[in-house]
Design a protein around this ligand. Structure first.
Ligand code: FAD
Ligand code: MG
Ligand code: MG
Ligand code: MG
Ligand code: MG
Length: 533
């Protein structure tokens, strides 16, 4: 039982334990989930009722299907088709929803401090806490970004971009608008050449060529420009080189300017300033580009809530995300889990692990059998190492440099050092968040009826999280998409476009949004996109 109020930093705050009338699960362990995005929703979808008193806290009372946000900026799909009510998703696991923002966690008291839309703070106790609050846009500290650019992360962002796009076309079509001004209004500048930037550019191209051209006969193609500014030397640089090349070719064909090796240094209300890298001495390296709309999509950063939590735990050293172990438990607190964009799985320092074992056992060399068992136990604990630790026989032989059929300390050091260097963190994608949510659901389902004192022990016997890469898509315009399945397997074309749409239909959280999306696609195919504001 909990007291009605608690004093936190001299402030007395109410403690809220009951949400709504359904009290059937009160008295069970309290599971509190922060967020209603990809991670939280996939956890809720697979969570079985009866195990917990579950409370979901999020400032948005819906799930947003982010991969199709770029399509909502031009009206290929309607914004509402990308939303599903979180209260609907909460019904099956009998979870309670509370529209509020998590502000802080008080670890000793095991309560989340929450603030509602009305600005009032209250406390929600937990036994298990899942942090799935996602990430926020990263301005990289560039002046003017917050004020003058647009982001594409929320449904409000997509709606605003759609309205501004039409506003700019109507302004450009006014008889009083000069040619120079028209060109500025119709200049779309995109900072960031990742999937979001590329998809937004491709949507613009489609909209222009399939619809706007019919309605704005006085606006010429030469008045419209789309520019992507990318700091790396290729766009889509998290995809394989083959994909980058296909996409760059397609964008070139669509007359989308791609400026690589360039960094935005400043943004003001109507122009962006960027600097090219590696420019020969004496030549200009700084350029100013006027814009009507500037989309900023250059990666993600920590939310304030996440930063507060990191600040409380000595074990948290990462500055970009919450560090979790391979069972998705927050380093430093056994009752908290973190998934999705706000979390990153720590990579094992294998070299240290193995050296420690060597010292303990007083060994200085491994036979092939010993090597197999050591590597086997590492892979069990850290599944993300598996891809680099397969084909053990040839690995052993490659690193057994003196060919004496044992790996001595130098040889094993070299091997593990090489593998450590290859381990990267998982990307911030819906796919990762979704698999992590499903993993936690499985775990919570099987731990639901374990007595609380046995839980940590039993949990350690359950398998760690293993990420299965199912491929990354990116839409590149004109009914063409590309897919990267990893390990050099790639594809592109109309077939991949169909696969892309099919996959997204299959991934819908409800039949309702599936039907809405299908109708939207048919509607825009039959009648074109709506060009009214
Ligand atoms: P989110 O889905 O962002 O959910 C975070 C949730 O937390 C939201 O409900 C939010 O309201 C809530 N929240 C925020 N602050 C608080 C707080 N203080 N307290 C409580 N709740 C809070 N990934 C892919 O795999 N494929 C794609 O094609 C793809 N396309 C994308 C296109 C766009 C335009 C964008 C923006 C992202 C795309 N992604 C894609 C990435 C994907 O959306 C993210 O990786 C994914 O949403 C991460 O899930 P999450 O649950 O961690 O966070
Ligand atoms: Mg989430
Ligand atoms: Mg979301
Ligand atoms: Mg992550
Ligand atoms: Mg040897």
């Amino acid at each position: 039982s909990y007291p009605p109020t608690m004093t936190i930093y001299d402030k007395e705050l109410p403690v809220v334990t009951v949400f709504g009338d359904d009290t059937s699960d009160l008295g069970k362990p309290r599971l509190v989930i922060l967020g209603s995005g990809w991670g939280a929703t996939s956890l809720l979808k697979d969570l079985e009722p009866n195990g917990y008193y579950t409370v979901v806290i999020s400032p948005t009372n819906y799930f947003l299907f982010t991969p199709l946000l770029p399509e909502a900026t031009t009206g290929t799909v309607e914004a509402r088709s990308l939303l599903e009510s979180i209260r609907y998703i909460c019904r099956t696991p009998r979870a309670h929803f509370c529209e509020a923002e998590a502000y802080d966690v008080h670890l000793k008291e095991k309560v989340v401090e929450v603030v509602g839309e009305d600005g009032r703070h209250f406390l929600v106790p937990y036994d298990r806490l899942v942090v799935a609050v996602g990430a926020q846009n990263n301005t990289l500290g560039v002046p003017g970004v917050q004020e003058h650019t647009r982001f594409l992360k929320t449904i409000a962002d997509a709606r605003r971009l759609r309205v501004e796009l039409m506003t700019n076309f109507e302004l450009a079509a006014l008889p009083t608008t000069s040619e120079l001004e028209r060109k500025r209004l119709l200049s779309f500048v995109i900072a960031g050449g990742g999937p979001t930037g590329v998809e937004y550019a491709s949507e613009l191209y489609d909209f222009l060529h399939e619809d706007l051209i019919n309605y704005f006969p006085d606006i010429l193609e030469k008045d419209v420009s789309v520019t992507i500014i990318q700091s790396a030397d290729h766009i889509l640089n998290t995809f394989s080189m083959a994909i980058s090349a296909i996409a760059e070719e397609k964008l070139r064909k669509h007359k989308i300017n791609v400026i690589t090796n360039a960094r935005v240094t400043e943004v003001d209300s109507a122009a962006i300033t960027y600097r090219k890298k590696n420019v020969p001495k004496g030549e200009p390296n700084t350029f100013v580009l006027p814009f009507g709309i500037c989309l900023w999509s250059t990666g993600i950063g920590m939310r304030d809530f996440t930063r507060r939590l990191v600040g409380k735990l000595q074990q948290q050293e990462n500055t970009r995300a919450l560090e979790v172990d391979s069972r998705l438990k927050l380093k430093g607190d056994p009752n908290i889990y973190a998934i999705g964009d706000c979390a990153t799985i720590e990579n094992p320092r294998m070299l240290e692990i193995v050296k420690e074992r060597f010292q303990k056992a007083g060994m200085d060399r491994l036979t092939y059998q010993q090597f197999q068992s050591v590597i086997g136990s590492i892979v069990d604990q850290y599944p993300q190492t598996a891809v680099h630790l397969s084909k053990l026989r040839s690995l052993f032989d490659t690193y057994d440099i003196d060919k004496n059929n044992v790996l001595d300390l130098d040889e094993i050091t070299k091997l593990l050092d090489d593998v450590d260097k290859k381990l990267t963190s998982l990307p911030a994608t819906a796919q990762v968040a979704r698999q992590q949510g499903a993993y936690l659901a499985r775990k919570f389902n099987s731990l639901a009826f374990t007595p609380s004192d046995l839980r940590p022990v039993v949990e350690q016997t359950l398998p760690p999280f293993y990420y299965k890469h199912l491929g990354n898509f990116s839409y590149i315009g004109e009914k063409t998409a590309v897919i990267d399945l990893g390990e050099g397997r790639t594809g592109g074309g109309f077939g991949v476009f169909l696969l892309w749409r099919g996959a997204y239909l299959a991934r819908q959280v409800s039949m309702r949004t599936r039907v809405l999306l299908a109708f939207d696609w048919i509607k825009s195919k039959l009648f074109g996109r709506d060009v009214s504001r």
